[in-house]
Ligand binder design. Structure first.
Ligand code: ADP
Ligand code: MG
Length: 395
């Protein structure tokens, strides 16, 4: 199934009440103040497009994990205030997310304003994907737009339920994510390269399996590389190791070989006795000595990976090459990030930590697409259909 969804342009927005599922689940400090409003900014193109077309946007979002009950500290009032500042538009924040009072509040909202409903996870049926609840949301609008890419892998009532009742489409943010991953996963320009890293093989089993079927080459670094190296019979010392995944790694190596996919593992490593900022480090060759942990890829591997990255038409990167959070083990991830930034092909980075790394290095602008959803992007790379995308445009 190719990855696609109807877009805003396919909806007749003029005069319509448009329910928009956004992801305003912003990081907050201990006092509940917003620490980072990137997610609010990310929804502005969609909200502006709806307003410009004469539509009346009504936003639904979750915030935190209230677990199906009202939690005062998780009300979305502060989010609404920030949305008003950023959009320069009146925001009418309502204290519930469905029902008669909400319908009235929407009817009374001034033209050109944005309505923001209360935290949808106050409703017990939200995370269960309750169709009754989705129907109650649907009563509030004429159209539905999903723009919450970061939640689109969750079959929740406000994410994938409303489209059963209303004509629907992807918002601008979701559309840009869909286009980026489609460019990697469906008919990519070749050669197509995937770079995989991160902590564990077990977190990425399906990603590995799915990508081997699609890519021309696969670079593996990070903690997961050592179970692969162990599967090849190499000494990995005290590096991260998942014994119960050795067989899966063997199968992946075999599958890559059968399909003519070049699978490259680290040739050298940055090693230390412990994983700490102040741990003395050394570079080792392929074999890792007893008692030593490999915590980053070594200089030869960095050069090899950078050289491969330079020559591809399309690439996708998920997972850091080492423990990049600590200064002594960040060179590998930095080298890969620089190579990705310099790559003239189409480049996509997805995954919570990999995206954080690219942003921290100040290189996000040089990547063709930096995904806004860690879990959702991982599921796309696993080859899964996301409920928040699959539901769109069906009525
Ligand atoms: P993403 O969020 O991009 O999908 P993951 O969550 O899979 O990435 O992995 C990120 C984590 O992997 C980081 O916290 C990093 O410290 C850890 N990691 C990377 N390389 C190693 C390694 N060699 N040993 C232990 N942990 C590692
Ligand atoms: Mg992560």
């Amino acid at each position: 199934m190719p990855l696609s969804a109807p877009t805003l342009e396919e909806l007749d927005l003029a005069g319509k009440r448009v329910l928009v599922r956004v992801d305003f689940n912003v990081p907050r400090d201990e006092n509940g103040a917003i620490r980072d409003d990137t997610r609010i900014r990310a929804a502005l193109p969609t909200l502006r497009a709806i307003l410009e077309a004469g539509g009346r946007p009504i936003c639904l979002t979750h915030l935190g994990r209230p677990g199906g009950e009202v939690r005062e500290e998780l009300r979305v009032d502060a989010v609404g205030e920030r949305l008003a500042e950023l959009s320069g538009t009146v925001v009418v924040k309502l204290d519930e997310s469905f029902g008669e009072a909400v319908q009235q509040g929407i009817a009374q909202a001034p033209p050109g304003s944005i309505v923001l409903l209360e935290n949808v996870r106050f409703n017990p049926g939200e995370t269960r994907g309750d169709p009754e609840l989705a129907a109650r949301y649907a009563e509030l609008g004429d159209l539905f737009v999903n723009d919450a890419f970061g939640s689109s892998h969750r079959p929740h009532a406000s994410v994938s339920g409303i489209a059963a009742y209303l004509p629907s489409a992807a918002g601008r943010l979701l559309q840009s994510e869909i286009e980026a991953f489609a460019r990697v996963l469906d008919n990519p320009d070749r050669p197509l390269l995937a770079i995989l890293g991160g902590a564990k093989v077990s977190d990425k089993l399906q990603v590995i399996d799915n990508l081997i079927e699609r890519v021309d080459a696969l670079l593996v670094g990070g903690g997961m590389a050592y179970t692969f190296l162990a599967a090849q019979g190499h000494g990995i010392g005290a590096s991260l190791f998942e014994e119960e995944r050795v067989e899966v790694c063997r199968q992946a190596l075999e599958k890559a070989e059968q399909r003519g996919v070049e699978l490259l593992l680290p040739l050298d490593h940055v090693i230390a006795e412990r994983c700490a900022e102040d741990a003395p480090t050394r570079t080792s060759g392929l074999e890792i000595p007893e008692g030593q942990m490999a915590l980053d890829i070594g200089p030869r591997t960095r050069a090899l990976f950078a050289e491969r990255i330079a020559g591809v038409a399309t690439l996708v990167w998920n997972g850091p090459m080492g423990v990049f959070e600590m200064e002594p083990f960040r060179s590998g991830t930095l080298a890969v990030a620089r190579a990705v930034a310099a790559c003239p092909g189409y480049t996509v980075v997805g995954g919570g930590d990999s995206v954080a790394a690219v942003q921290e290095f100040g290189l996000a602008e040089k990547v063709s697409h930096v995904s806004t959803g860690g879990g959702a992007s991982l599921e796309l790379l696993e080859g899964k259909e996301l409920p928040g995308i699959a539901c769109l445009g069906r009525v």
